[in-house]
Design a binder for this molecule. Structure first.
Ligand code: PMP
Length: 420
């Protein structure tokens, strides 16, 4: 049985009631051509519940002002809400406190922050950085280029034919010259849940650090950094019922203390003279300029929303949907599904239909009102390994239903027949 009251959840997301197709924006025109929206592009960006939208509106209507500096009441209210958002995020992922939580623009910026502030200073010729073949470009390009700039070698842990990490290869690649291991927690293309605790042990046994990319794990399952001990961990608000424009970098306090700031300017300083500058305390040392105030406060609301639903149940609901989608799509022998078997995957399914380009498939599905993603999902090298230039990806969240997967399968079947 599916554990969530999806009807009640959907009532919090008015966007899910809209229709698409025809010219739905012109009243009375082409009304008959419109179909209900089936939103299955959640791994790219999730929808935003009223509770979060209301929090944003309330911020601008009631206490919009700059943080940290003001003595006046609005600034104090905004500052408290912004600081408490860090506490809430820390609690949500099991961090020790707000010192370990830096707000950034997105997960990508969190990767870059560590690459610039730690990587460029700590990595050198003769070192290596070990990534997985299933890294998102956010991590792959960042560490590849950091290796290039520092004279280090970038190594890639192989993906097995059934979409898992080859841990024997990981043990071969991670050695005494490894400075950083960077691994995606849940692959946004394969749906694989990687053994990040084991990778962290491997890294730490060799005195290397590990950066875990949680962009596809934190929104969808209970995550506690104490359980897998990453040195750095990152995710994005817009994939977890929050707004765009905010990402989170978790870092161990000791490391963040030692690191140089990534950006300089106001808010990140304690004292400035013409000769020198002292940094502000963590995490503000890494949040130069006016920070992401609205977004941070809204992320707090998004976490409240998700915890109200219950992260265990979110995970269970999506796993059931993923398994159902996997089983239904497996009925077609001209469809190739990437990644591990249905009972092991996170809530997404990437696939190709023989003879139908993923972009064509996506536009036919769009005519059915079904929104999926088509392309390389920012994992071009992984697609090279898969032997496909692109793939179609359906990804699920708390508000999706089995009936929506039926609509997906119906649209896919239509496309098969059209191109047969
Ligand atoms: N890592 C993974 C696994 C992702 O799926 C994404 C988003 N597609 C990112 C990193 C980057 O997130 P953002 O674009 O919000 O920085």
């Amino acid at each position: 049985p599916y554990p969530l009251d999806v009807e009640a959840i959907r009532a919090d997301f008015p966007i899910l009631d809209r229709k698409v197709g025809g010219d739905a924006t012109v009243p009375g025109e082409d009304e008959d051509d419109t179909t209900p929206l089936v939103y299955l592009d959640n791994a790219a960006t999730s929808q935003t519940p009223d509770q979060v939208v209301d929090t944003i509106a309330d911020y601008y209507r009631s206490y919009n002002s700059n943080v940290h500096r003001g003595i006046h009441q609005l600034s104090q209210e905004a500052s408290v809400a912004y600081e408490e958002a860090h506490d809430r995020v820390a609690e949500f992922v099991g961090a020790a406190g707000r010192e370990e939580i830096v707000f950034t623009k997105n997960a990508t910026e969190a990767e870059n922050l560590v690459a610039y502030a730690w990587g460029l200073n700590e990595i050198g010729p003769g070192d290596n950085v070990v990534l997985t073949q299933m890294e998102h470009h956010a991590s792959l390009v960042t560490w590849q280029q950091t290796a290039r700039k520092t004279g280090a070698e970038a190594r890639f842990i192989r993906v097995t034919d059934d979409g898992r990490l080859d841990m024997d290869h990981a043990r071969e690649l991670i050695d005494e010259d490894t400075a950083m291991v960077s691994a995606v927690h849940v692959s946004n293309t394969l749906g694989t849940v990687n053994p990040v605790a084991e990778l962290a042990d491997l890294a730490h046994d060799h005195d290397a650090l590990i950066f875990v990319d949680g962009a596809q794990s934190v929104p969808h399952m209970p995550v506690d950094v104490r359980e897998f001990d990453p040195d750095f961990f990152a995710f994005s608000g817009h994939k977890m019922c929050g707004p765009t424009g905010i990402g989170v970098l978790y870092g161990k306090e000791r490391l963040l203390e030692e690191m140089e700031p990534y950006l300089y300017g106001g808010s990140m300083i304690r004292k400035v003279t013409f000769e020198e500058t002292q940094w502000e305390d963590l995490p503000w040392k890494f949040e130069a300029g006016t920070p992401v105030i609205e977004q941070g406060i809204a992320l707090h609301a998004a976490i409240d929303y998700l915890e109200d639903v219950g992260m265990e149940r979110v995970h269970e609901h999506e796993s059931l949907l993923a398994r159902y989608a996997y089983d239904r799509l497996s009925e077609f022998d001209d469809i190739e599904i990437y990644g591990p078997p249905g009972d092991e995957r996170a809530g997404l399914v990437s696939f190709n239909v023989d003879g139908v380009h993923a972009h064509d498939l996506s536009s036919i599905l769009n005519e059915h009102g079904v929104a999926i993603r088509a392309g390389d999902h920012c994992t071009q090298p992984l697609h090279d390994v898969l032997g496909a230039a692109a793939s179609a990806r359906a990804s699920f969240y708390v508000y999706n239903t089995r009936e929506e997967i039926d609509a997906l399968v119906e649209g896919v079947d239509d496309a098969r027949q059209l191109f047969a």
